[in-house]
Design a protein around this ligand. Structure first.
Ligand SMILES: Cc1cc2nc3c(=O)[nH]c(=O)nc-3n(C[C@H](O)[C@H](O)[C@H](O)COP(=O)(O)OP(=O)(O)OC[C@H]3O[C@@H](n4cnc5c(N)ncnc54)[C@H](O)[C@@H]3O)c2cc1C
Length: 397
């Protein structure tokens, strides 16, 4: 027998779970499926040890979805974004530029949370919503589009009928590929290593991005662990160097990370498993198809710089939800989806190219380019108006 839902979400990553909670909290009936069960504890072998910085605008989306109150007790605020240049001959800091959220707002820039904890709290929120059906362990199998609805076959044989499919099934999106939506994709010969570290000094609500070569080394404070202050690290390097680092044992790796951080926080001690992610940029050539909307990494992937990835995804969700609310009887109409694409495409394109440029600057190998980067940082930071514009742009303003 066929089951009917207002919205079908393909993919239960952080974006898919957020979308299901947002639509469910707004009163829509929702089914969300994901072939893998959510790893909701830090000790699960499949746990995601990355963290996500949610920027100011994301908090509103998460509040309306009934998620923020659950996350707030665990969230580490970020008041200052510190950019440090260490691009000289020796691995020492040449310049530090602080961007303080107090200059543009009475709120921090954002809040940092571990991804495994996000999954735990988001899954708990879905369990509270009687109108949301979350099916872990089940994938999207086939999509058949009709004028008034989409028929979805799940991998367990269930048939779903829905007026709107939200594709949140990641960078290799099954929905996107089965509809034949092409993507533009490029690589950098670069990997991002993600892990957490313990250090002696407190994080002081400061996220620190250290530039030398190969890509940024970013430390973002987490709530204190049992053995003291901890930070989440994303360390971007060219692939050959990243492979050498990943092969090191924990002590050797901790020493290399301490050196790369110019000992800014003192010695760093690895406190989680390491994961490695290929750095790519990708954009789907269309954001929609008949009764289908692509969101998050199904639609766009950016290098992990400036906390843009998931924050762009929450903007996708916020836009889709506000349009669905305007015509709750007919979500997924051609007009609604055309407006979604028109509103989101320019922002996605601008952010994708902005982050691409920042990454290329951060990767700079030659001494002259690194010196130019230092000058640029000094100029950007030295002019109050420019500094404020940069901060507002990063937040999505
Ligand atoms: C190292 C690193 C650090 C980052 N830090 C930040 C940050 O601080 N702030 C930020 O905003 N962004 C950050 N990002 C980006 C952010 O992590 C991603 O944007 C986000 O995880 C993407 O979520 P997603 O739900 O779209 O994709 P995914 O997490 O990949 O989820 C897709 C889901 O779809 C499921 N799926 C696959 N096939 C099917 C199918 N057939 N049917 C149904 N489901 C299917 C998969 O099992 C998966 O669970 C970072 C990225 C990296 C690599």
């Amino acid at each position: 027998m066929r089951q009917g839902f207002d919205i079908f979400v393909s993919g239960g990553g952080i974006a898919g779970l957020s979308a299901a909670a947002a639509f469910g909290s707004a009163g829509f009936s929702v089914m969300v499926v994901d072939p893998s069960p959510p790893a909701t504890c830090c000790t699960y072998p499949a746990a995601d040890h990355r963290s996500t910085v949610f920027l100011q605008p994301a908090r509103n989306t998460l509040s309306c979805a009934g998620i923020w109150d659950k996350l707030a007790p665990f969230a580490a605020p970020l008041q200052i974004m510190r950019i440090a240049d260490a691009g000289g001959e020796a691995s020492v800091i040449r310049k530090v530029a602080d961007f303080n959220a107090a200059e543009i707002s009475d709120q921090p820039f954002g809040w940092n949370l571990p991804n495994w904890l996000l999954r735990r709290e988001m899954t708990a929120r879905l369990a509270e919503l009687g109108n949301v059906n979350f099916r872990p362990g089940v994938g999207t199998g086939r999509i058949t589009q009709r004028t008034g609805e989409v028929l979805v076959s799940l991998t367990d044989g269930t048939q779903i009928a829905t007026p709107l499919v939200v594709a949140a099934d990641g960078r290799n999106s099954f929905v996107r590929d089965s509809l034949g939506i092409a993507v533009t994709r490029w690589t950098y010969g670069q990997q991002a290593m993600a892990f957490t570290v313990r250090h002696a000094g407190p994080g002081n609500d400061i996220s620190t991005e250290i530039h030398r070569t190969g890509g940024p080394f970013t430390l973002v404070p987490l709530p204190d662990g049992p053995d003291g202050p901890e930070s989440a690290v994303v360390w971007m390097e060219r692939t050959a160097r990243a492979e050498v680092l990943m092969a090191m044992d924990a002590d050797e790796f901790s020493a290399a990370a301490s050196e790369r951080s110019c000992n800014l926080h003192g010695p760093l001690h690895l406190s989680s498993p390491r994961s490695i992610w290929p750095v790519i940029s990708m954009q789907a050539k269309a954001l929609t198809d008949e009764r289908v909307a692509l969101i998050s990494e199904a639609a766009h992937v950016v290098p992990p710089i400036g906390a843009q990835g998931l924050n762009m995804s929450l903007a996708d969700i916020e836009t889709l939800l506000s349009l669905a609310r305007k015509s709750p009887q007919a979500p997924g109409s051609r007009q609604m989806l055309a407006t979604y694409a028109k509103r989101r495409q320019p922002d996605i394109t601008a952010r994708l190219h902005g982050v691409d440029m920042l990454n290329r600057v951060a990767m700079a190998n030659s001494r002259s380019l690194r010196d130019l980067r230092l000058k640029g940082l000094g100029y950007l930071h030295g002019l109050t108006a420019m500094r404020r514009v940069a901060m507002r742009t990063g937040l999505g303003g």
